[in-house]
Design a protein around this ligand. Sequence first.
Ligand SMILES: C[S@@+](CC[C@H](N)C(=O)[O-])C[C@H]1O[C@@H](n2cnc3c(N)ncnc32)[C@H](O)[C@@H]1O
Length: 253
Amino acid sequence: MWEAEAQRAHAEALARRLKLPVTGLAVDGYELLLVAAPSGLELRQTGEGAPGPVRVDFVRGRTGHRGRSGEGRGQPLARAVGLRKGRSPQVFDATAGLGGDAFVLASLGCRVLLLERSPVAAALLADGIERGLREPGTRPIVSLMELRCVDAIVFMRGLPVAACPDVVYLDPMFPHRTKRALVKKEMRMFRKLVGDDPDNLDLLAAARNCASFRVVVKRPARSGPLGGVLPNIEIKSPKTRYDVYVNRGYGSG
Ligand SMILES: C[S@@+](CC[C@H](N)C(=O)[O-])C[C@H]1O[C@@H](n2cnc3c(N)ncnc32)[C@H](O)[C@@H]1O
């Protein structure tokens, strides 16, 4: 759907490409809407108690703030991928989602290839990247980010060794089973869009075969490692743990 006439052509072209029905103001019967709004592409939920829209905003949003917060190379994510002075690994973010972690990595100087298999999530990301490139403050960071709408398992399995990255980063959807789990409303809406990631063990295996140096898996602090596969290193922060699977030490050339 579009919000103002100026976005109509964009909405219609996107609907054709994503093979989605296009709607004007009559939105009955749709739980989720992809809206071409003047401020960017948005995912919206309809109905009572719906959360606010989800949009990729590297310029102003929470994501943008995270990337520019100046936490720097000492932060847990930076340590997990092995950032050092003079070393900025090239990273595949194989579960790009809304690009938050990729933006932080790029803000620390890493080149990041974002892989996202949901065409709608990839469209939201592409829109955020486009706006980020137009803004002088975010352009140097966002220009380190490149997006492909692919299944990362298939993509990494077919990759020649010479094209493999230093690090593969994974943050698969985590099944929240308890009602008490404090899951942000926006995240619940995003989950409606992409579902859980039941093949995340195949993803871990493909990543471990692909990364030259290491695979980093983001986990909720109190959960076990992905599929029970023990990592070589754990880097802990209050809410999150990064499990690091080392293929080769950075020191070993
Ligand atoms: C929890 S979200 C990632 C959030 C992201 N780290 C961020 O900061 O916004 C997980 C995402 O990974 C994607 N995903 C899961 N498995 C994938 C695969 N095999 N290939 C590509 N994308 C995948 C899902 O579609 C979903 O968008």
